[in-house]
Design a protein around this ligand. Sequence first.
Ligand SMILES: NC(=O)c1ccc[n+]([C@@H]2O[C@H](COP(=O)([O-])OP(=O)(O)OC[C@H]3O[C@@H](n4cnc5c(N)ncnc54)[C@H](O)[C@@H]3O)[C@@H](O)[C@H]2O)c1
Length: 319
Amino acid sequence: MKIVVTGAAGFIGSHLCERLLQNPEHTVIGIDSLVNERKIRLRNLIQLLEIDEPRFQFFPVDLLTADLQPLLDGADAVYHLAGVPGVRSSWGSQFRTYVENNILVTQRLLEACKGLKLKRFIYVSTSSVYGEKEGRITEDARTQPLSPYGVSKLAGEHLCRIYWQTEGVPAVILRYFTVYGPRQRPDMAFHKFIHQILKGDPVPVYGDGLQSRDFTYISDCVEATATALRADHIIGETINIGGHERASIQNILKLLEELTGKPVAISTLAPAKGEPRHTWADISKAQALLHYHPAVSLKSGLQREISDLKAFYKKELNS
Ligand SMILES: NC(=O)c1ccc[n+]([C@@H]2O[C@H](COP(=O)([O-])OP(=O)(O)OC[C@H]3O[C@@H](n4cnc5c(N)ncnc54)[C@H](O)[C@@H]3O)[C@@H](O)[C@H]2O)c1
């Protein structure tokens, strides 16, 4: 199977490429413009490039302008993860970047996929499309994003739906809930917390720290995503991918104190705009359709992220 993965140098995209290549029948075409944080993106790709695997090809191109037909030629499936994530930076003039990379790029890619013999077009979306909800969120809950980021990802979902209904692009939408683990983006909470704790600096916390999230460990997330390649009866569906455990930020900081053996000082910031107070995925649909059973506990997932960041910041921490 020839599989195109966009956002291949990203946190999740790089893990997904590695997981897909475990199947010797797969060839993977990775696409990424390496926008911002180039050093981090190249580090994400190291394992893929170092193994010198002929079944992996990487194209450092911008999906907004690249000639997409040769990249998609002969593809059986497309995973679309490229985009600009992050709620807090999506306000103000930055929104243009979100419109371009999350909406226009998705439309451009779908347009290029029309008429191809694809078995799947898997669009990676987010719990941010839901907004504030009580209790477990099912996929049919009303979407009411609280941030421009959520709006841009929801627009991408609608584009997938209409290209499926009108043009037959076999779209599947996966809504991820806060993913963590090795290579997590530096703007994400756990990465920032661990980095600060290892340096002995205070940890920035928005609001009272009682906000909670459904945290999904990277290998669980990637397993569900890889299964979506062949699972039956999922075209046209939207599926939540949540984690093994929920926790509040305060719970997480206690766990990090225990796991790092270092005291945690908190620097309190005003509550962040555009963030829901709680997220909690109902994953019964993923269990039924993808046989998804997230297995990694927060304690063990955080331990793996700490080890990864200790290695990543080794020079800085030893200086
Ligand atoms: N990390 C999470 O917790 C989370 C949760 C929900 C949804 N998501 C979604 O998952 C996807 C991947 O997230 P991530 O955390 O790995 O982010 P990431 O920033 O690490 O990866 C995204 C990649 O897309 C690339 N990209 C952006 N615009 C591009 C363009 N025009 N052309 C080519 N490449 C481009 C970037 O260079 C980057 O490497 C995103 O679509 C995000 O919205 C992530």
